[in-house]
Design a binder for this molecule. Structure first.
Ligand SMILES: [Zn+2]
Ligand SMILES: [Zn+2]
Length: 562
């Protein structure tokens, strides 16, 4: 028990791939690093690239070359494409993530420049906001001489650090939701001493201590994560940040992420276990990594049950986030936990309990999702509806719904199940029999005789059990759905009127998208549908965009987390 994981889902991972771009910085080839990670049997590798800097923000080593260049400009622009190619090449072998380390260079031109760089990094999994340069044009992490020059300008150690914290606070205010993580929060210790008032920041009444406490509170309020960065360790000044800082961060419920921030493949995987032990000693029991801007929870210990719970939580967050517009995706949601998930109540700010309800509820911007890995109970009472056994091919469900609709029969909800032998079964709960159900069955049997093996309307039937082990979407906005999640899921919120759902089903049938399962729900005149589907994502997205204004929401959800 309590065995530390021997792998870290890095965020501030490895700077690499600038290659021939005049930069002696992160020049290792991306492929070489992926190969190394594969060799080590790692499930994931995280690349990170610096956003290029304005030319007056340069390290002296850069100024002293005889070539003028903007560091990494060319490699930066091509990075997302190269990562996409890597993902294709290593598909199924390793999970490849990439992030941007966004440079703070003041609120004027620097800010506009950074905004344009963010635009070029749209596909990034996360963005770290970092201050490396003082507005005076001197770096905090350059040479000793550069640091001493800045110290001389600022007059004292306290002012030196105070300037750095001011810049981080200013960066957070201006970058807003462009960033998810604050990079190496005590970076200046690389070249200058840490003043005593800062070493005792918890108890000191000095303005610098106060400023630093404020900075941590700002980070907590904005739901940003702190970068636990091993680079300080192999540079001999100790991990960024110190354990004292992490202890306070833990009390403020600031999430942390972990990385080696290495620029050389030889340091890849440096002290994984030590980094986990380091954060564990300060109170943390989990950390986060990022996938498409979404923080994913990771365990410190090799604890299977906890990993499973985090996976469900991650899936739930992805479900909810992909229902939202980009801007809202970056905001951390609110949580409720019940049953076996109640242990998360201590971890999340403002989380509320749900008693014995064994599920996770996640909400944001008037939308909510409830997920669980508890297999729903099959209903035991007698049901009335249409039973079907048919060929497991695209279009069948659409044809069934179409024929029923043509007779004015509305489907209340449906359950499908593939038998994995080329056949599938379905049960459709129908709104009351208007006398035309028999006629609808005759029409289907006439038209699609070879597809439907059984098609029977029953008034007093036992509902077959369609539930298997899995992760379930129990509800959407409080409307019960109980859909088992598969790789691709479509969620819609639409006007609940006869025929509206047919638009979606017909669109899917026309593009040969197979429906694995389908659940419907409603609240008054608002209809909800959840479909597990199989097909090309671009084709599906394209048709979802064309459903029309009776669909208030129609999203394809794909799961990137593991
Ligand atoms: Zn950095
Ligand atoms: Zn870095």
């Amino acid at each position: 028990m309590n065995k530390l994981n021997n792998f870290v889902w890095e965020t501030h991972g490895i700077h690499a791939g600038t290659e021939k771009d005049y930069v002696k910085h992160g020049i290792d080839k991306l492929e070489d690093i992926v190969e190394k990670a594969l060799e080590a049997n790692h499930p994931s590798i995280t690349f990170i690239i610096h956003s290029p800097r304005l030319t007056n923000f340069r390290y002296s080593v850069e100024k002293n070359t005889n070539i003028k260049f903007i560091r990494g400009n060319r490699s930066y622009i091509n990075y997302p494409k190269r990562i996409a190619n890597l993902r294709k090449k290593y598909k199924g072998l390793i999970n490849i993530k990439f992030g941007v380390e966004l440079e703070w260079m003041g609120a004027d031109l620097g800010l506009q420049w950074s905004r344009s760089k963010i635009f070029q990094a749209e596909d990034a999994d996360f963005v770290i906001g970092s201050v490396h340069f003082a507005p005076e044009g001197l770096p905090y992490d350059g040479s000793k001489e550069e640091a001493l020059e800045l110290l001389k300008i600022r007059g004292s150690l306290e002012e030196y650090w105070s300037g750095y914290f001011n810049e981080i606070i200013e960066m957070i205010e201006h970058f807003g939701d462009m960033i998810q993580v604050i990079g190496h929060i005590d970076l200046p210790k690389l070249n200058v001493d840490v003043p005593e008032v800062l070493q005792n920041f918890e108890s000191s009444s000095h303005p610098l201590a106060n400023k630093f406490r404020t900075l941590l509170e700002v980070i907590a309020d904005r739901d940003l994560a702190l970068d636990v960065n091993m680079a300080g360790d192999f540079k001999g000044v100790g991990v960024y940040p110190t354990q004292d800082i992490l202890r306070r961060a833990f009390k403020l419920k600031i999430p942390i992420c972990i990385g080696t921030d290495t620029h050389h493949v030889k340091y890849y995987g440096y002290k994984f276990k030590e980094s986990l032990q380091y954060v564990y000693e300060t109170g943390y029991k989990h950390y986060v990594s990022y996938s498409k801007l979404i923080p994913e929870k990771r365990t410190i210990f090799d604890d299977h049950d906890l990993k499973v719970k985090y996976t469900i939580l991650n899936k739930g967050i992805e479900l909810l986030n992909q229902r939202l517009h980009n801007k809202n995706r970056r905001i951390i949601p609110d949580f409720s936990f019940g049953g076996t998930f109640s242990e998360f109540l201590d971890i999340y700010k403002n989380a509320t309990g749900m008693g014995d309800y064994n599920a996770i509820r996640i909400r944001k911007a008037n939308k909510s999702i409830t997920v669980s890995n508890e297999t729903p109970q099959a209903e035991s009472h007698k049901v009335k509806g249409l039973f079907s056994k048919h060929a497991d091919i695209p279009g069948v469900i659409s044809s069934l719904f179409n024929t029923l609709a043509s007779e004015g029969v509305n489907v209340e909800t449906a359950r499908l199940k593939s038998n994995n032998d080329g056949t599938a079964v379905a049960f459709l709960t129908l709104e009351e029999d208007n006398g035309n159900i028999k006629s609808a069955i005759d029409f289907i049997s006439g038209t699609d005789k070879e597809i439907f093996k059984v098609l029977q309307y029953k008034e007093e039937a036992d509902l077959p059990n369609f539930y298997e082990k899995g992760v379930y979407l129990l509800e959407m906005d409080g409307v019960e759905l109980k859909l088992a999640l598969s790789e691709k899921v479509i969620l819609t919120k639409h006007h609940n009127a006869p025929g509206v759902l047919l638009i979606l089903l017909s669109a899917l049938a026309s593009k040969n998208i197979n429906i694995i399962d389908l659940r419907l729900g409603k609240r008054n005149n608002m209809g909800y549908s959840a479909l597990a589907v199989d097909g090309d994502k671009n084709v599906i997205n394209n048709l979802l965009n064309k459903l029309g204004d009776q669909y208030y929401e129609a999203n394809l959800i794909e799961f990137h987390s593991m």
